[in-house]
Ligand binder design. Structure first.
Ligand SMILES: NC(=O)c1ccc[n+]([C@@H]2O[C@H](COP(=O)([O-])OP(=O)(O)OC[C@H]3O[C@@H](n4cnc5c(N)ncnc54)[C@H](OP(=O)(O)O)[C@@H]3O)[C@@H](O)[C@H]2O)c1
Length: 355
């Protein structure tokens, strides 16, 4: 079950009904005065409405007009969720951070970066925290008070000097001491999940990589890091944590425009056997951001004699249910083939695997 909160707004079709609306931090009320209400069915409809999370208190004012007050437990003036993206200075993390900031009507965005230099790179504002995920204490301030966490940190292999592409062959890679996948992708991600659990975070999106089903995947021998093994271990830890999660195992990441390709979800690295095994970082970032709040509106209609009163209610669910407690591979068709993905609910509906 998604956590659902609702807050009503009331609109009427007739000037014989007046309305006012005031929001508080933890509640909202809407009152409207109705003439000739003795035989109206409003109480009946409002009672039904009440069962969806709001309360209604009919009273009379001094002009003999009936006044109906609506009290909601929802945060009508604060539908935004606070979302932290870690690895916010990274190539995909930066895009997620930017998207969160651009959607300030939906999100209070935060970033976690490893260095002051990275902080400056993404704007240097107070919502960018500096911390090292290998040091559990250093990430607590960033995680305090957030609703959702998007993990986009990763050990980063470095190319050994001296590689000359003109001579052919393959470059060699290494990890710096203390920055191997075991420390960054396992311990560092575990620290984030543990801190999120303590802080009561409601949702974690973890971006990992396709290829983890095959121990012999060449990425594992890169810099002797076993990167996919340690990433997989962290994914399992998240899946066992009890926190609602979504694990996105991306295909080869490309720095290309997003929103112009059809996205594909898969499982168990099956997409790696096809021609469609890459995806743009912008598309991965969009999927991460789409994963969170999902707003919908519905309308309750009350008939007062022959007058209709419409109540528009927004509903806020923690995420697309389809993607909750799920793990999936993500790639895209080449540009110009297929239909660019716009309906993320339909995309996530295709996801069937919990791990
Ligand atoms: N490259 C691919 O083709 C590919 C394919 C599939 C999946 N993926 C996965 O997709 C994700 C995003 O990839 P990307 O290329 O966008 O990432 P990226 O640019 O390599 O960014 C990784 C980020 O992690 C941060 N980080 C590393 N160690 C840290 C630490 N100890 N504390 C805090 N932050 C730390 C880095 O910060 P600094 O910059 O300060 O070091 C960097 O910003 C990664 O998990 C990656 O493995 C990649």
């Amino acid at each position: 079950m998604a956590t659902v909160t609702r807050a009503p707004s009331v609109f009427t079709t007739t000037p014989s009904i007046s309305s006012s609306h005031q929001c508080h931090k933890s509640s909202s009320w809407v009152s409207f005065r109705v003439q000739h209400t003795e035989n109206s069915t409003v109480s009946h409809h409002l009672a039904a409405f009440s069962s969806s999370g709001s309360s209604f208190f009919p009273t009379r004012d001094d002009k003999g007009l009936r006044k109906v007050r609506v009290v909601s437990a929802a945060m009508a003036n604060s539908p935004r969720s606070t979302v932290l993206v870690t690895g916010a200075g990274g190539r995909t993390g930066q895009i997620v951070y930017k998207k969160l900031k651009e959607r300030s009507d939906q999100y209070v965005g935060r970033g976690l970066v490893r260095t002051e230099e990275s902080k400056e790179k993404i704007g240097g504002t107070d919502d960018v925290f500096v911390g090292d995920i290998r040091n559990a204490d250093s990430i607590v301030p960033a995680i305090q008070g957030i609703d959702a966490l998007i993990i986009l940190t990763s050990a980063v292999p470095k190319m050994k000097p001296g590689f000359d592409p003109s001579k052919g062959g393959r470059p060699e890679f290494y990890f710096e001491d203390g920055a191997y996948p075991e420390q960054v992708d396992w311990i560092g991600q575990k620290n984030q999940i543990d801190a999120a659990k303590v802080a009561g975070v409601k949702q974690i999106v973890l971006v990992g990589s396709m290829g983890g089903t095959n121990l012999s995947n060449p990425l594992n021998s890169l810099g002797n890091g076993n990167i996919l093994v340690w990433k997989r271990k962290a994914e399992q830890y998240l899946a066992d944590s009890g926190i609602p999660y979504t694990i996105i195992r991306a295909g080869g990441l490309q720095d290309k425009e997003g929103g112009i390709r059809e996205l594909l979800v898969g499982k168990d690295d099956e997409l790696l056997q096809t021609e469609t095994r890459t995806i743009s970082r912008t598309d991965v970032a969009e999927v991460c951001v789409q994963m969170h709040w999902n707003f919908s509106f519905y309308c309750v209609v009350c008939y007062l004699d022959r007058v209709a009163v419409y109540m528009f209610v927004w509903e806020q669910a923690l995420q697309f249910e389809e993607a909750k407690f799920k793990a999936f591979d993500l790639a895209s068709k080449p540009e110009g083939t297929g239909t660019p993905t716009k309906d993320f609910k339909a995309l996530f509906s295709q996801v069937t695997t919990r791990f």
